[in-house]
Design a binder for this molecule. Structure first.
Ligand SMILES: NC(=O)C1=CN([C@@H]2O[C@H](COP(=O)(O)OP(=O)(O)OC[C@H]3O[C@@H](n4cnc5c(N)ncnc54)[C@H](OP(=O)(O)O)[C@@H]3O)[C@@H](O)[C@H]2O)C=CC1
Ligand SMILES: O=C1O[C@H](COP(=O)(O)O)[C@@H](O)[C@H](O)[C@H]1O
Length: 480
């Protein structure tokens, strides 16, 4: 639910720090354009790209057009009107020197900007998007405060919001010295995926699932994100990060919290965030005996990776959520690069009825799966009678692609959805510092004392040692 100041009529200035960077061109700029195409932007808006170098507005417009061609669907008849709203403010942005940004904002506020829309005389909503290397988050936050661009503004932080308990706490203090929590939007784009949102909608909107969402009925939860991708053009970033930080303690933990949360009082931002982020406090600190770390063969031959790198490109972990609802139900989480298949599946595996008349039931014969990839899909696995003579059993699947549901314009990509929510003032799908503080407590045993890395063949499903973590059900996603 949006905060009180948002609205389609509020003139909005969106400042994209790191506008020349990789994330901006892959995700943020195409998502912004998608919102324009879908007419989901405020009536009056400007996007100011910020960077340390100098570019004219027209050069920046060309940069955006190129990004849309390379990473989006190109430009269409929305482009001319869109391009008029793009500006560039170079010269960097530091506490000592704000570069050109304040002047460009003033031009827009004073109505001197020759683009579309008159902002003069209106309160302008500032939205800052920090798409910069994480090491710079604190300095840019301080600079926003120093140059008076914090008041009433919203600020979006890319991930990772800290890479250790210490760096998280330091960043959290720095951010709250400048911004109130209600101004802050920490992105985890897995929360913006259509199927992730269906974890709470399908559960709470359908009595048949609401009643099953507990230890009495669920035997195991799997959160499985294998990737066939390698790390080629992100070698420096990836080698300093690894699968545990890049995926496990960020996206997979947030999705686990979506599954595990207690019913929120409502779907309002505070209630949904409270339910999701507070259950992380009940995640049991990771037992490293229940973790398998891997690195694919050939990783160290990648340009930019040291010959002796011990960075994890794979992690599988069995975790426990110590609430009455989930006590003793294993949550098994897995992700890795260069695996045999790409998938993003969250599966609740249901218990087999005990002492019922049907015997010899398969362990994987009843499940509800949320496919987070692409447009999203919900699948139901059932044990059925094999058609024909006799009483043979088969495991059958029903698939509901979310793209088959009639909508007004189709689903939104995760970044478009999250940007829309920022512009709308809705923080439901963003992370909160109380949850993130617990993430680091849960992860500490693994970060402090990681198990030895095991090698695996590219195209496999990772080290065999991880197979047992999902016993007795077995991993639903299989690639071998
Ligand atoms: N790239 C991706 O696929 C993903 C990235 N992210 C996150 O998004 C954020 C940005 O990532 P990405 O775009 O890849 O990063 P880049 O390395 O591409 O940096 C973005 C921009 O920041 C500016 N910049 C770089 N170093 C500094 C510095 N030391 N001080 C000030 N400005 C600097 C540069 O712009 P200029 O030279 O114009 O000043 C650069 O173009 C990171 O937090 C990352 O973790 C999250 C998910 C995926
Ligand atoms: O944040 C990240 O996510 C991607 C996977 O995201 P998706 O957009 O393909 O759903 C992952 O490949 C990358 O390593 C990680 O940084």
């Amino acid at each position: 639910m949006p905060d009180s100041t948002s609205g389609a009529d509020t003139p909005t200035v969106f400042v994209l720090f790191g506008a020349t960077g990789d994330l901006a061109k892959r995700m943020v700029l195409p998502a912004f354009y998608e919102l324009a195409q879908r007419e989901l932007l405020p009536t009056r808006w400007k996007l100011i790209g910020n960077g340390r170098g100098e570019r004219t507005d027209d050069e920046f417009r060309q940069h955006v057009a190129d990004a849309l061609t390379e990473f989006g669907d190109g430009t269409d008849d929305h482009w001319d009107a869109f391009a008029k709203n793009l500006r560039f403010a170079g010269g960097g942005f530091t506490v000592d020197d704000p570069g050109q940004l304040p002047d460009v904002i003033d031009e827009i506020r004073n109505g001197d900007d020759d683009g579309a829309g008159d902002f003069s005389g209106d309160d302008v909503q500032l939205v800052h998007y920090i798409a910069l290397p994480p090491a710079t988050f604190t300095d840019y936050t301080k600079a926003l405060g120093e140059h008076g661009l914090d008041e009433g503004a919203r600020v979006v932080y890319e991930k990772p919001f800290g890479t250790s308990q210490k760096s998280f706490e330091e960043l959290d203090v720095a951010v709250h010295e400048v911004f109130d929590e209600k101004q802050v939007y920490r992105i985890d784009h897995f929360l913006g995926k259509e199927s992730t949102q269906n974890l709470h909608i399908i559960r709470f909107a359908n009595g048949m699932f609401a009643g099953l969402w507990n230890r009495e009925h669920v035997e195991q939860v799997q959160i499985d994100i294998p990737e066939t991708l390698d790390i080629d053009d992100r070698a420096e970033f990836y080698d300093a990060t690894g699968a545990v930080l890049d995926m496990l303690v960020t996206h997979l933990f947030q999705v686990a919290a979506e599954v595990a949360m207690e019913p929120p009082l409502s779907l309002r931002a505070d209630d949904l965030q409270t339910a999701r982020e507070s259950v992380i406090a009940a995640f049991r600190p990771i037992d490293t005996d229940e973790v398998v770390l891997g690195q694919y063969d050939g990783y160290r031959d990648t340009e930019g990776i040291a010959d002796d790198s011990d960075t994890d490109t794979y992690v599988a972990a069995r975790m426990w959520v110590d609430t009455d609802r989930w006590r003793d139900v294993p949550f098994v989480l897995r992700t890795g690069k260069m695996l045999g298949v790409s998938a993003q599946r969250v599966t609740l595996v249901f218990r087999r009825p005990e002492d019922g008349p049907v015997t010899h039931l398969p362990a994987d014969g009843a499940a509800l799966t949320f496919d987070l990839s692409g447009d999203g899909e919900i699948d139901i696995t059932l044990t059925v009678k094999t058609p024909g003579p006799g009483e043979e059993l088969s495991v059958a699947h029903m698939e509901l692609p979310l793209s088959s549901i009639e909508t007004n314009g189709g689903g939104l990509s995760p970044y478009s959805r999250l940007l829309f929510d920022v512009l709308d003032g809705d923080r439901s799908l963003f992370t909160r510092p109380d949850g993130l503080a617990h993430v680091w407590e849960v992860a500490a045993p693994l970060l402090d004392n990681p198990p030895a890395i095991q090698s695996y063949a590219p195209g496999s499903m990772g080290p065999h040692a991880a197979d047992a973590l999902a016993d007795p059900v077995g991993w639903f996603v299989s690639g071998r």
